[in-house]
Write a protein that binds this ligand. Sequence first.
Ligand code: KIV
Length: 266
Amino acid sequence: MPAITLTTLQGLKHKGETITMLTCYDATFAHLASQAGVEVLLVGDSLGMVLQGHDSTLPVSVADMAYHTACVKRGNQGALIIADLPFMAGATAEQALLNCTTLMQAGAHMVKLEGGAWLGSTVRLLTERGIPVCVHLGLTPQSVNLIGGYKVQGREQAQARQLCDAAHALEQAGAAMIVLECVPSALAHDVTRAAQVPVIGIGAGNATDGQVLVLHDMLGLSLTGRVPKFVKNFMAGQPDITSALRAYVGAVKDRSFPASEHGFNA
Ligand code: KIV
């Protein structure tokens, strides 16, 4: 199988074939997930919670992200690797450029930045310098203290408008992918239809161009016992992890996941 590139993903969007993404933090899972057909491995800063045991993603450093990105690169079998820029590592565009360089040199093919329309100048700077950018909109966990918890975003009309405008502005600035987290399914549908670049959802219904879940969540592993509504345990009924990963890929590809019970209404 040829390696997955942004062109491959763009082609999948245009064919209407859903894109499969999963978080991944080490070489063994990178090997298993990419062999099972997962097209994009996201080295998410969720590692702060599921690997390091913190109660948020805020303590994660650029060094942590670079370490796990390098691990994923070693096990990867052709998937596209995205690494998260952690909390405050992109406070200015210049800091973002330096820190994203570290992540790209560790093995990422693309970086993901949380934020909104204010990210425009950073996205432009990175893109012009040859670093592909995915923007993460909706529920942005690095802003959990500002938002007041892990809550659905974009339910009010003004907030929904703001999110659509941000998606458009960031695409114009050069963003080559959008992740939408915890937004009403109808809003995710509208953003996806308006965008020329792939839109990947998590808790955003099944009309997006692709889906992502946190690896530990979809394997039924939880430190706290609290599982978000948008998660499905793909390990249930499967004999092994490879089968669970294949079941996830199959369910995303045939759009049986997410079902309506995994989504949010306006
Ligand atoms: O860090 C992460 O795992 C993420 C996903 C939830 C999209 O950003």
